[in-house]
Design a protein around this ligand. Structure first.
Ligand code: ZN
Ligand code: ZN
Length: 365
């Protein structure tokens, strides 16, 4: 209850600062963040209207009322039955008291619901709700950090379990399914997302699972996102099937060195893009600047990718409580790729890795 009261306060403070009259959220991680309601997105209108002052109103189908009855009682419900017109119900909550209200719309609200409000005659200054959500969501509370730590613990356990399993002869699909089962066994409350790639497939940062089987001499890339209390983990380890050659070892040290260089740079006040630069410079010095094909990392929380982004151009100053990944990679097309990814928490004293799984080169059977 207190946790969610504090979250609503944070959102209202942002609305105040940005002169926003209403924040409107649909089924999404934004809604889960605001009131703890994790619900599926359907064509039936479900919408939280959070006024700058006053009680938040949750418009929802009446048969969903039992699903919200156990949530902290920080909002009122406005239920509608099939056959009724929920748009006008929602629109009636947005009428400003004189003047045009400024309405921040959650970026994950489905466009149809916003279009319906506009067609229903709601006159508002519409703005992107991310400007309100991101500052609140990017600084995690103690209980959010606990959940993120647990998701990372599960991710570590899955990787360590996989390292003990014979992979030779298995397909990427089979190993990914095994990882999903391991994650559930280790306490993940949802199936993991991510990928498993072998050999030349590791050279594609977002490879799609295939029936390629693992053979001796393959690089094995495992990228996993288990979940704890809706919060996400995200780990990548690049393993080797058999005895790695010198080229793999050299490149691994380059990528892991970039991970360390970025991690060392983490401190309050440092800009997100400076973390990216630290990793990028390390890889450039080894001569692989053009083979590092993506940003260094992304914020993580209820979404696996959320602000801040560890990328050139994201000047967000890091603050204690921010959590993001550091995941530099080098990809040699047609041959192999290496990525090393951990989730990192910003504290007053610098970065703390939430993943404990070792970074040493690991040989798998
Ligand atoms: Zn990942
Ligand atoms: Zn990631």
């Amino acid at each position: 209850m207190e946790e969610f009261a504090q979250r609503l306060d944070r959102l209202r403070n942002e609305m105040d600062r940005q002169d926003i009259d209403y924040l409107v959220l649909g089924p999404s991680t934004d809604l889960t963040y605001a009131i703890g309601f994790a619900t599926k997105l359907t064509e039936r209108l479900t919408m939280l209207v959070l006024p700058r002052e006053g009680i938040p109103q949750l418009v929802l189908p009446d048969f969903e009322l039992p699903a919200v009855s156990a949530l902290p009682p920080l909002f009122e419900t406005v239920a509608w039955s099939d056959g009724a017109d929920p748009t006008h119900l929602a629109a009636s909550l947005l009428r400003g008291s004189g003047g045009t209200p400024r309405v921040a719309v959650g970026a994950q609200l489905q466009a149809r619901f916003l279009l319906d409000l506009m067609q229903a005659g709601v006159k508002a200054g519409w703005t992107n709700g991310d400007a309100v959500m991101a500052p609140a969501r990017s600084r995690k509370s103690a209980s959010e950090i606990d959940a993120l730590r647990e998701a990372s613990r599960i991710a570590d356990a899955v990787v360590d379990d996989l390292c003990r399993q014979p992979l030779e002869g298995s397909t990427e699909h089979e190993v990914f399914r095994a990882a999903q089962q391991l994650a559930i066994d280790r306490g993940s409350d949802a199936l993991v997302t991510g990928l498993v790639a072998f050999g030349e497939n590791t050279a594609a940062p977002h490879h799609h699972l295939s029936t390629r089987t693992a053979r001796a001499g393959d690089t094995v890339l495992v990228d996993m996102g288990p979940t704890s209390k809706h919060y996400r983990g995200d780990i990548t380890r690049t393993l080797f099937l058999g005895e790695p050659d010198d080229e793999f070892r050299r490149l691994y040290e380059t990528v892991d060195g970039a991970n360390q260089a970025a991690f060392q740079r983490v401190a309050p006040g440092v800009r997100a893009e400076e973390i990216d630069a630290a990793a990028r410079e390390h890889i450039a010095r080894a001569g692989y600047a053009d083979r590092f094909l993506h940003r260094t990392g992304h914020g993580i929380g209820l979404d696996i990718h959320e602000p801040p982004y560890i990328v050139p151009g994201d000047a967000t100053p890091l603050e204690p409580g921010m959590v993001f990944t550091i995941e530099p990679g080098v990809y040699l097309e047609g041959r192999f790729g290496i990525r090393v990814e951990d989730v990192v928490l910003v504290t007053d004293d610098g970065g703390v890795r939430l993943n404990q799984s070792p970074h040493d080169i690991r040989v798998v059977p």
